[in-house]
Structure formats: C-alpha cells, structure tokens
Design a protein around this ligand. Structure first.
Ligand code: NAD
Ligand code: MG
Length: 345
C-alpha cells in the first residue's frame, strides 16, 4: 500500500466547506477539534438533551441539532456508535442531505453491509484513523498525527477522493501517512481483527490461561499477574518493535518456550475456526446477527456482559489493581470511569 503525506494532498478540496461532525465521543471530539484547529468550519451535531452540549461549546465549537448540522454542511461525518447509525441516519440525516454533500464514516460497517443506503447524488467516503480518538487529538496537538485510512464508496461529484484525502490531512493523518483502501476491506479486516485477535481471541486466551493455572491449584493472584497483567508489557513491546523485537527483550528461557510452545496453542483447529469466523464476516452472517440483536434490545449482549463480570478473574483483578496506584493515573476505577467512555476500538 502506498502512503500519502500532506505534500501529496490538495487541502483546497475542503476550502469553504462546512463540516458537520455527528457525535462527540472518542472520534467525534478528536475530529471536530482537529478540523477546527486546521481552520475549517465545524458544527457538531448532537441529539436533543445531549449532556455534551456545554462541553462542546466550552471547547470553542458550534453546536446544533443533528438535522440543523446536516442542513448546514457540505461534509457530514457520522461518529456515533455503528449500531446507532442506521436509526439516526433515517430519522435525522437523509432528508437534510443536499445533492453533492459528502457523507463520511470512520468505519465501513453501515455502508458495506447495507444498513445505510445513501442517495445516489451524494459522495460516500471513509476517513478512519488507526488509533483511538484521544491519540488522534494529542498527536495532532503535538504537531504529529495518526495514520489514517481513506476510501471512496460513491463518487457523485467527481471530488470524493480529494475530499477524503483533504479531510484525512486536516485531522493530522497526512503527517503520519494516509493509506487508501475500500469499504469492504476496512470493514472485514476490522471485524476479523477484533473478533479473532484483539478482543475475542485475546480475552479468551487470557481467561483460558488463568483458568488452567487456578484449576491446577495455583493462587488466582499469581494466575492474574502471569496471564493478564503482564500482557501489557509484551503487547507494548510488540507495538513498538514487532514480534522479534519483543523477543529481543525477553529472556532466552522465555524465547525458547515461546518458539517451541506457541504453535501448540494456536493449532490447525484454531486456524480453521479463524477462517470460519472470517467467512461469517464476509457472508454478512455476523452483521445480520448483530443487527437483529440490536433491534431486539440486545438481550444476549446484556447476558454475556453480566456473566463475564462474575468471572473470578474480574474479582481478583479488582483487588490487585487496587494495589497498583499508577493504574488509571492514581485514580480508582470508578474515578476513572469518565475516561472509560472514550472507546479505543
Ligand atoms: P463513541 O461511543 O465514543 O461516541 C459516540 C457518540 O455518539 C457519543 O457522544 C454518544 O453520546 C453519541 N450517541 C450515541 N448514540 C447516539 C444516538 N442514538 N444519537 C445521537 N448520538 C448518539 O463512538 P466512537 O468510538 O467515537 O465511534 C464512532 C465511529 O468511529 C464508529 O463508526 C467507530 O467504528 C469509528 N471508529 C472508532 C475508533 C475508536 O478508536 N474509538 C477508531 C476508528 C473508527
Ligand atoms: Mg471495530
């Protein structure tokens, strides 16, 4: 994939355009503030009674209802949770879109799986920073940026690609690198990553390791430190240096155990299951299941959460994290709850 930088981008493609940022969560706040600091006209669209109204004003941005923000805009970016987007789109967005507007997303789910079907006379684009909103904001403030994916689903004006690149550049992506993809690739790889590796795979691996040690009679506290707490050390090393770079930083004993045992954990059966999970994503089976679950009021979703919260690893973890005041910047988990509303994926 070729990386594009600010010098490759025509920032003029956004000149004179008003950008409506719908939602002021993790991505919304970062996009809105970065666009504003890049001297673009920004209006933040919030639902009636939103608790964010005063915060947005305090941070120097204009606020409007979602319909008013969309009506005023040349570019509309949907930065509310993916499962909420179809409802909000139908209720407050579609009838206010003018021909030639660019409708933008930070993830391809709605467009790729057809839960949102825009009219033919608007551009449909994606600008997806590869990092949490907080990092998108702090890197921008520090004169740097977070790499950004861009994609065009529909080019009604002939300028869709230029607008996507200019937008990515305005939020800081062009300082780090802008990569071009398409809605299908972004959506399917994103879902696969979170299901098989980052969230689903990782939490199942940690829990299985913890349970194995506890069942064998070891102290849950020891199991917690070894199978959960220390994940961060290893992941940080992989993030900064890659897998072999991480191995440079561990003992030879750890390295030898890693090389000889790891593949016994991720077996052919695991890989076959990964392909099956990918197949469910590609066929739309997963999307259908999740859309139906959301429409039904998320009953199994709630049940999974309630059950997971009861696992011994959560009880031990709450106690042990209390011994580590540097976690959450010295706050308790409850005090830090405010920070938890900033989603990272
Ligand atoms: P978020 O949950 O942090 O914020 C969502 C915002 O939408 C909040 O301000 C919330 O109050 C508001 N909201 C929720 N329901 C609403 C409704 N029904 N009507 C109006 N407003 C509503 O969301 P996020 O993580 O910033 O995700 C936004 C988009 O960005 C998603 O498409 C997501 O896939 C994508 N994305 C997120 C990240 C990330 O790191 N968080 C990274 C790349 C892409
Ligand atoms: Mg995702």
């Amino acid at each position: 994939m070729e990386a594009y930088y600010d010098r490759d981008v025509d920032r003029g493609a956004l000149d004179g355009k008003t950008i409506a940022v719908i939602g002021y969560g993790s991505q919304g706040r970062a996009h809105a503030l970065n666009l504003h600091d890049s001297r673009h006209a920004v209006v933040v669209g919030l639902r009636p009674g939103s608790a964010k109204r005063d915060e947005v004003r305090r941070e120097g941005l204009q606020v409007a209802s979602i319909p008013d923000a969309v009506s005023a805009a040349d570019v509309v970016i949907m930065l509310i949770p993916d499962e909420e987007q179809p409802g909000v789109y139908l209720r407050d967005v579609v009838e206010h879109l003018r021909p030639g507007t660019a409708l933008a997303f930070a993830h391809g789910f709605g467009i790729h799986f057809g839960t949102i079907v825009p009219p033919g006379d608007v551009d449909v684009i994606m600008i997806a920073p590869k990092g949490p909103g907080r990092l998108v904001r702090t890197e921008y403030e520090n004169g740097r940026g977070v790499p950004c994916l861009v994609a065009v689903h529909q080019d009604a004006t002939g300028h869709a690609r230029a607008i996507a690149f200019a937008y990515a550049s305005a939020i800081g992506g062009g300082r780090a690198g802008i990569l071009e993809t398409n809605f299908r690739e972004e959506t399917e790889t994103d879902l696969f990553g979170e299901q098989a590796v980052l969230c689903g795979g990782m939490s199942a691996l940690v829990k299985a390791g913890f349970e194995t040690l506890v069942e064998a009679g070891y102290a849950p506290e020891m199991a917690y430190f070894e199978c959960l707490h220390e994940v961060k050390l290893i992941v940080d090393l992989m993030y900064e240096r890659g897998i072999e770079g991480m191995r440079d930083a561990i003992s030879n004993t750890a390295k030898y155990g890693d090389y000889t045992r790891g593949e016994r954990i991720i077996t052919d059966q695991t890989r076959a299951e990964m392909r099956k999970i990918l197949g469910e994503i590609q066929s739309g089976t997963f999307a259908q299941e999740w859309v139906a679950e959301h429409a039904a009021g998320k009953p199994s979703f709630r049940a999974f959460r309630a059950k997971a919260a009861q696992h011994e690893i959560e009880h031990v973890g709450t106690e042990l994290r209390g011994l580590m005041p540097w976690l959450n910047g010295g706050q308790t988990a409850a005090e830090a709850d405010d920070g938890l509303r900033f989603r990272v994926l």
